[in-house]
Design a protein around this ligand. Structure first.
Ligand SMILES: NC(=O)c1ccc[n+]([C@@H]2O[C@H](COP(=O)([O-])OP(=O)(O)OC[C@H]3O[C@@H](n4cnc5c(N)ncnc54)[C@H](O)[C@@H]3O)[C@@H](O)[C@H]2O)c1
Length: 434
């Protein structure tokens, strides 16, 4: 099949590369000239495990192409995926400007009957707006689909190649059969393609992210309560996670959720619900709890340093919002760093892959260390913010010998409190006593 993917960011690039990998001819288009120039030379704009070889191989074998000419990409396609950003508007609702601009371009440039599938996360009713934009210009029949994407940054290629499920919202048999054919190679193990009406598909994506964010905020509040009553949230997590009705995934407490999806999608759903007079109070609380949780690391750090961080040098391990990505959008590390700098501390930061992104965002407000141990030299405390593998089992002797004061704040519960105490650290973590 001939496919155009419009928007070549995290989602568009993964979708394009994976669809090319299964034999389709894919053109990924984006308005960002630098991004496209880089991609033509197999230089990826993001860190995503396993993606680079896919891009390189499929480009070499001429199944994958990159262009800034969105109209040309559309003119050569049977199926167009819209995968542009949907950032939060000022009132929290999703900003659909990019999605609708792309819909207009598709309408103007389509040269045959097409399926137009929205991959971007968009509120209920967007497909109808996309259809109206297409109809205003199209000279050929079109079929609008909602095909939300569930990939996770850090395991995006595997998530797309081996999805738990594929959701397709459509209202025509033509769209159904095209999407079924396109996704057949990815669901050979029997994972379902769930066809449904378009509004339900649009809502499914928000409901999924809202549920996952709720689990995180729930566990973070449990952790805080555990601290107050002398319980250990790790034990509680294992205790409830083994209940089949609850399940063990997504129950780790931490420094609050970040990234490009949960914060904006929870906000957008809250906004939609308020607008239609069916407020979802539980999600308003989820968001509020998360905002508070992102500030907890700073509180713990201040307490561990005796009440003030003024003049202290703080080593931060982990800047990305989670491991295996260089994405720092809404990262808890940014909240901690802002608070610490405002309070008069100095920061020296390390991340295995997000250093370039950090320099772009933070500039010379912080110092950067090439190596995670180098960050500790002359530091009064270490705060672990991201659960990168290389931070999980460090040389504690070296940490203690290098830090000026043996203070460790562990935002991901990577270390054993009893062992840390035995080693002589002042150690704080999430929901496991102090
Ligand atoms: N990142 C994720 O993990 C993830 C997962 C599932 C769904 N989503 C959703 O997918 C959508 C895209 O997210 P992303 O993280 O890939 O965003 P991104 O910011 O990484 O990429 C979006 C791309 O769209 C391009 N773009 C903007 N306007 C354009 C236009 N008019 N024509 C062509 N290109 C244009 C931008 O230049 C950018 O490269 C969002 O709605 C997001 O909520 C993201």
């Amino acid at each position: 099949m001939n496919i155009a993917v419009i928007g070549s960011g995290y989602v568009g690039l993964v979708v394009g590369a994976c669809l090319a990998e299964t034999g389709n001819t894919v053109i990924c288009a984006d308005v960002d000239e630098r991004k496209i120039e880089g991609l033509k030379r197999n230089v990826l704009p993001i860190y995503e495990p396993g993606l680079e070889p896919l891009v390189e191989r499929n480009q070499k074998q001429k199944r994958l192409e990159f262009t800034t000419d969105v109209g040309d990409a559309v003119g050569r396609a049977d199926v167009a995926f819209i995968a542009v950003g949907t950032p939060p508007d000022e009132d929290g609702s999703a900003d659909l400007r990019h999605v609708l601009a792309v819909a207009e371009t598709i309408g103007k440039h389509m040269k045959r009957e097409m399926v137009v599938a929205t991959k971007s996360t968009v509120p209920v009713g967007t497909a109808a707006k996309v259809a109206a934009k297409l109809a205003a210009h199209a000279k050929h029949p079109f079929h609008v689909c909602s095909n939300p994407e569930f990939l996770k940054e850090g395991s995006a290629v595997d998530d797309f190649m081996y999805p738990d499920r594929v959701i397709v919202g459509m209202d025509s048999d033509f769209a159904r059969s095209v999407m079924a054919e396109l996704y057949a190679p990815f669901v050979r193990t029997g994972k379902p393609i769930i066809f449904m009406d378009i509004p339900s598909a649009e809502m499914t994506k928000y409901a999924a992210n809202a549920m996952l964010a709720t689990r995180i905020s729930f566990m973070n509040q449990m952790a805080n309560l555990c601290e107050q009553v002398g319980a250990n949230v790790d034990m509680v997590r294992r205790g409830i996670g083994s209940d089949g009705r609850i399940g063990a995934s997504f129950l780790f407490p931490g420094p609050g959720y970040g990234g490009s999806c949960f914060p904006k999608d929870v906000k957008a759903l809250v906004r939609t619900a308020q607008d239609v007079g069916a407020p979802i109070e539980i999600l308003e609380a989820v968001e509020e709890v998360n905002e508070r949780q992102k500030k907890r690391l700073f509180e713990k750090l201040t307490k561990a340093l005796g009440g003030s961080v003024k003049g202290a040098r703080i080593a931060v391990w982990g800047l990305a919002f989670k491991a295996k990505t260089d994405d720092m959008r809404e990262a808890p590390s940014l909240t901690l760093i802002d608070q610490a700098l405002d309070a008069g501390a100095k920061i020296v930061a390390h991340d295995p892959v997000a250093m370039e992104e950090a320099k772009r965002r933070l500039g010379d407000r912080v110092d950067y260390a090439e190596d995670n141990y180098e960050a500790l030299a002359g530091a009064d405390a270490l705060v672990v913010v991201t659960d990168w593998n290389e931070y999980r089992h460090p040389d504690f002797g070296r940490i203690k010998a290098t830090l000026k004061r043996p203070v460790v704040v562990d935002g991901r519960n990577l270390y054993d409190p009893a062992k840390m105490q035995q080693l002589g650290f002042t150690y704080a973590s999430i929901g496991r006593g102090s």
